[in-house]
Design a protein around this ligand. Structure first.
Ligand code: DON
Length: 596
């Protein structure tokens, strides 16, 4: 479709007029104004966007320009992968072609979380109105057992976190190829070409990559990846060219054969051999039977906007939806950063996380009360339990969870208004640490997202119920929350998602609230300080310097256990603006959007 059609479908009339005729917005469309980028890097506030105000000590200032692209945009944690996706769209590919290209490229240039040895979730919204949610989460191997992570005394071991037993059967290659086959327009070979080039010809290690290899050196050193990332025992330094010939050969097999190039034949044998050598249980038949699942997107509304988000086996979309349904009962959201704001938002998260931890699991194995948890009347009853001016203690019977801050999210939008939100992970950075020799990739430690010992905390403090216990062939519960927001006129508005375990849910939803309620421009919405509440531990955490001390003190007096801490989530988002898109990678990360 032409530029003209994009503009007609999504925004106003002829494309050339988009930036110059603001009066022609269709009724109901959200007017997010002109692009905020300028030669000086300073944002402009037009349309219905309003300047944001952050606490003085907050390190990320409001009013910075986002990246602008007239036609298309990719926002990811790896600049090379963003560029690869943008190039695919420049050559005529659609957002799905680009998302698949980004996914494979991330597996090469962002090995801490980009992957072919892990899994993820993709939410797609085509400009013609079709929507889809693709679940390519890992599954437990057939030989998995409920108590496989307990020692003889019933105590948890660390085998769900490090080493070959920690891995679920990877879903990434099945997912990416399925998405391309159903919604893409280009050949697998073409969309994988950038990834293969990065693996064969190499790329220059930047400071973020070098830091990542250094930080993970102890884990990587235990397995075969050491020869690639820690040559002679030393992490690759800035400026080194990293080539990955084994990975290139694996990618070639996938490009030529499709998913069978990973799930059968040589690659499957390499994985099974790696497992067999060290006591892992994934077999060639586990790999051969892996299938991604196309699911119905959760389609919810918030103050007239439409959210398209991910259903279980991720908890992400349910919790985002339930939280926003609770908040919708307030006539309007209190001012950003105020005591009332933190109280209302924290209380809403607390209530939806209680449901998350007790009721959600793989729907193929557990009965999940989707209707109840996404119901507005149910949310009204939860809203009614939020007391004015006081915190509600989380009942000790409610389950608790605490996770790390890994994973990666990327957002893509094309010239026709097609959009893709994808979150993918190995779980911990570099997953289980196990690196498939001669295959050239890390395997996940996603088995730790199961309740390894129902009712007891796992290695990350995660305590969940029987519904999420280990069972063969089952998907472990996730928090990943890829989400697409449509404006009141049904046009594409926002593509968003995050990394960070349960903070994926809270960070993603706060960017949405910042755009919809606080009328922030995208860069402010992503840079703004965030809060987090997950029911148990029963505390309201906030990013250091993200609340004023007066606000934190007031919350303490209301009964909150208030804790300042590190970053909450890492966002990669795209917003439709007049005349194109803005892309924003979190200032907390090393990501960078690329648009054109
Ligand atoms: O699926 C999930 O929710 C987690 N596996 C995401 C990984 C993460 O961010 C936490 N890491 N330990």
């Amino acid at each position: 479709m032409s530029k003209l059609a994009f503009c007609g479908a999504v925004l106003v009339g002829a494309f050339g007029a988009c930036r110059h005729q603001p009066a022609t917005l269709p009724s109901g469309a959200t007017d997010v104004g002109f692009p905020s980028s300028s030669a000086t890097g300073t944002a402009t506030y037009s349309g219905d966007r309003r300047p944001a105000h952050f606490p003085d000590a907050w390190p990320y200032k409001a009013g910075r320009a986002a990246v602008f692209g007239e036609h298309a945009m990719v926002a990811s944690d790896a600049p090379l992968a963003s560029q690869a996706g943008a190039d695919i769209m420049r050559r005529g590919g659609n957002a799905v072609d680009a998302a698949v290209a980004v996914g494979f490229a991330m597996a090469v240039v962002f090995p801490e979380a980009g992957n072919i040895g892990g899994g993820g979730y993709m939410v797609i919204r085509m400009a013609d109105g079709r929507t889809a949610a693709l679940d390519y989460r890992e599954i437990a191997p057939l030989a998995a057992t409920r108590n496989m992570y307990l020692d003889a005394n019933g105590n948890l071991t660390n085998k769900s976190v490090v080493g070959p037993l920690a891995s679920g059967v990877p879903g990434a290659v099945a997912g990416l190829t399925a998405a391309l086959a159903k919604y893409g327009t280009m050949s697998l070979r073409d969309v994988m070409a950038p990834a293969i080039r990065f693996a064969e010809e190499g790329f220059i290690v930047d400071s973020a990559q070098a830091r990542s290899y250094r930080n993970a050196a102890r884990l990587i050193a235990q397995f075969n990846g050491a020869s690639v990332f820690l040559p002679h025992g030393t992490p690759l330094a800035v400026g080194t060219r990293l080539t990955q010939p084994d990975l290139a050969r694996t990618l070639h097999r996938i490009a030529e054969q499709g998913a069978p190039g990973f799930y059968t034949g040589e690659t499957a044998k390499l994985i099974a051999d790696e497992m067999h050598r060290d006591g892992g249980i994934i077999t060639e038949s586990d790999l051969a039977r892996y299938q991604p699942v196309w699911r119905e997107t959760i389609k919810s509304t918030y103050r007239g906007y439409t959210l398209l988000t991910m259903p279980p086996s991720s908890s992400g979309g349910v919790v985002v939806t339930e939280t926003l349904n609770i908040l919708e009962n307030a006539a309007s959201m209190p001012a950003f950063g105020s005591v009332a704001y933190a109280h209302l938002l924290g209380s809403a998260y607390q209530r939806s996380f209680i449901d998350r931890n007790e009721k959600l699991a793989d729907p193929a194995f557990a009965s999940v009360p989707m209707q109840q948890l996404t119901d507005k009347a149910y949310a009204r009853t939860l809203y009614a339990t939020i007391g004015a001016g006081r915190a509600t203690p989380t009942a000790p019977v409610a389950k608790t969870m605490r996770e790390g801050t890994e994973t990666t999210h990327y957002s893509v939008a094309d010239v026709n208004g097609n959009a893709v939100a994808t979150t993918t992970t190995l779980n911990a950075l570099y997953g289980s640490g196990v690196y498939v020799r001669d295959g050239g990739f890390f395997l996940n430690d996603e088995m730790d997202d199961f309740a390894a010992a129902p009712g007891k905390p796992n290695m990350f403090g995660l305590v969940q119920g029987e519904a999420n216990a280990v069972q063969p062939g089952k998907r472990m519960l996730s928090a990943m929350s890829p989400t697409i927001v449509l404006d009141r006129d049904g046009g594409l508005l926002l593509v968003v998602g995050s990394r960070g375990g349960p903070r994926i849910i809270t960070s993603t939803s706060q960017v949405i609230l910042n755009v919809l309620d606080q009328h922030m421009i995208l860069s402010d919405a992503v840079s703004a300080p965030r809060i987090h509440h997950q029911a148990l531990p029963d505390s309201l955490s906030y990013e250091r310097d993200g609340l004023t001390s007066a606000v934190a003190d007031s919350l303490r007096r209301m009964g909150y256990g208030v804790q300042a801490g590190g970053g909450i989530g890492l966002i990669n988002a795209i917003m439709r603006v007049r005349g194109g898109y803005e892309g924003m990678s979190d200032p907390r990360s090393s990501g960078r959007p690329v648009g054109y």
